[in-house]
Each structure stands twice: as C-alpha cells, then as structure tokens.
Design a protein around this ligand. Structure first.
Ligand SMILES: Cc1cc2nc3c(=O)[nH]c(=O)nc-3n(C[C@H](O)[C@H](O)[C@H](O)COP(=O)(O)OP(=O)(O)OC[C@H]3O[C@@H](n4cnc5c(N)ncnc54)[C@H](O)[C@@H]3O)c2cc1C
Length: 283
C-alpha cells in the first residue's frame, strides 16, 4: 500500500500548473484533495511520475456570482460549498447533495473539481451537475474552453479533460425558484450511493412545468432519466402522477452489478428514489 516514487510540485498559479502538465503529459497527475487519487496511487492503479498539487492555487478557490450562474473554483472544498451563501441561495440542490458526500473529514479535503474530474458515476456530484446543466471550464496550453456537463463525462473514470488540461471552474446556472431534492440509498457504514437521484422541478400554476432528474451510479456516466422528465412536463403535482412518471426513471439504463446491488435492484431503487425526490422537489 505504498505508492511508487514520484516527483512533487506545488505551483501557486494556474499558468504554472498548465505548463507543468504540458511538460510531463500523461506522466503527470493533478492532486486536489487526494481522496480518490491517493488510494489509486497506493494500489498502483495510478503511477504518476509527477504529482502537481493545486492546493496552493488561490485562484482555484471560492464561489463567485457571475450573473446568471455561479462560478465555482475547481479547488473549492465540499465543506465550503455546503456553507456558501450563494450556493445555498441559488443552487440549493448542489448544497444539499454535497452535504451528503462522505463524512466531515472527506468534505473538508475533497473538492468539486476532484469529485467531477475523477469521472466516477458512483460519486454524487456528476449526476447533480448534469441535472443542473452545468458547464466545466478547462485550461490547457491553448487557453480556456467550456465543456457542457452532457459532453464532459465520457465513460467510467473518463472525462473530456486532456492530460495537459486543468479543470479551473464549474459553472452552475442559477435555479432560483426551482424545487429540489437529492435522495440516495447507501450502506450505513459509508456514504457512497448505491443509487442516488438529483431532482429539480420548476412549478407553474399547480403543475410541473419542467423537471430534471440526474441518476447516480446507474451507468458508466451520470444518466438523465429523460423518459420521466418528459412524462413529468405539464403533469399534475399529485403523488399518483409523480409515481406514474417515475416508473420510467430506469428506462434505458445499464447499472453496474457489484457487492452492494444487482442491476435490477438498482433500477428498482432509481424508480422509488426518483418518485421520492421529485415529490420533495415539487413541495
Ligand atoms: C472515505 C471516503 C468516502 C467518500 N464518500 C463519498 C460519497 O459519499 N460521495 C461522493 O460523491 N464522494 C465520496 N468520496 C470521494 C470524495 O468526494 C472525493 O473528494 C472525490 O472523489 C475526489 O476529490 P479530491 O478533491 O479528493 O480529488 P483527488 O483525489 O485529488 O483527484 C481525483 C482525480 O481528479 C483529478 N483532478 C482533481 N482536481 C483536478 C482539476 N482541478 N483538474 C484536473 N484534474 C483534477 C486528479 O488528477 C485525480 O485523477 C469519498 C472519499 C473517501 C475517501
């Protein structure tokens, strides 16, 4: 359980991070909170020759009001996000779901950038950022580019980030007035979701005008429950209507089988948790 030897740098600017990544290519790895990277290095599933610690890059920290969206620095910790007044006011779903990540120790070290750049669809935040239709901002040697959440997650532990790019910011559109809920089913001993559901609902005149449902751990990438989203658009805000629409929450999904659950049980959980989350988001 001892990582292979590696070199270590701790730059203080994004430009320095990018030039180090460009110099070392696939041999370099960004280190944020280290909660996913270090276990992989100890198991020697990741063997970077150069570790680039972004913990001292101040410009990667904090939450900024950018008009119609919040710009969240990739190095902002889960704890900072949970307690940030802007996030709580404009993107309540993100605050609620992040408060359910791991335990206090994990939330003090782990970052939104690490939790999404890692590309693990069992993590809570990829499905949440997908439901919120966020945008990722990456910086590489050629400058900055924006990547929509729908294009960012490409496969299990695979994202659209290139080896010489650092994730600098996650942009979350403000969802003022939307109802929201994050529901997850997990073992008591740990907080990793067997299945999680992020629901957002825009209400109008007693019915559901628009609903978005992001599913955690229901495939290699975060999945949107599009059949249920379509069934909910214009539906009554009644328990029966919500339950009927959420019967389709697992349509088209291919969830994993592991020690915690088989695919059919995960699909059952997706339907049940979707109905709960949408009912709560509908208010
Ligand atoms: C005990 C435990 C329980 C946990 N429980 C949960 C849980 O319930 N739900 C949940 O969602 N997560 C959980 N996690 C994971 C937690 O959310 C981690 O914080 C997250 O997986 C990784 O974030 P990090 O900042 O530690 O990233 P790191 O481990 O430092 O990095 C992870 C990966 O992302 C890359 N990376 C990091 N930042 C950037 C960047 N800015 N640009 C480019 N690449 C980058 C790294 O190179 C690495 O490949 C748990 C972790 C532990 C240890």
């Amino acid at each position: 359980m001892i990582p292979a030897s590696f070199d270590y740098v701790a730059p203080t600017s994004v430009d320095e991070v990018v030039s180090t990544l460009a110099e070392h290519g696939d041999d370099a790895k960004v280190l944020a909170g280290g909660h996913s990277l270090l276990p992989l290095m100890k198991l020697r599933f990741a063997v970077p020759a150069m570790v680039v610690d972004i913990g001292r890059v101040e410009e990667l920290r904090g939450v900024r009001d950018a008009g119609d969206h919040l710009a969240i620095g990739a190095g902002t910790t889960h704890h900072e996000i949970v307690h940030d007044p802007l996030v709580r006011q404009h993107c309540g779903l993100l605050a609620e779901a992040t408060s359910m990540v791991g335990d206090a120790q994990v939330r003090h070290r782990g970052t939104i950038g690490g939790a999404t750049a890692h590309g693990d669809s069992a993590g809570d935040l990829p499905a949440v950022v997908s439901a919120l239709e966020g945008t990722f901002v990456a910086q590489g040697p050629g400058g900055r580019r924006e990547i929509a959440a729908a294009d960012f997650f490409q496969g299990y532990l695979e994202t659209a980030l290139a080896a010489d790019e650092v994730l600098v910011e996650v942009r979350i559109p403000k969802h003022d007035g939307w109802g929201f809920a994050y529901e997850k089913f997990n073992r008591v001993a740990q907080a990793w979701a067997i299945v999680g559901v992020a629901a957002l609902v825009r209400r109008e005149n007693g019915s559901v005008a628009e609903a978005r449902i992001g599913l955690t751990n229901m495939g290699a990438v975060p999945v949107r429950a599009t059949a249920s989203e379509e069934a909910l658009a214009g539906a009554d805000r009644t328990e029966d209507a919500i339950r009927a629409a959420c019967q389709h929450a697992a349509d088209g999904t291919s969830p994993p089988a592991d020690l915690s659950a088989q695919p059919d049980y995960r699909q059952h959980l997706a339907r049940v948790l979707s109905a709960r989350a949408v009912a709560r988001a509908t208010g």
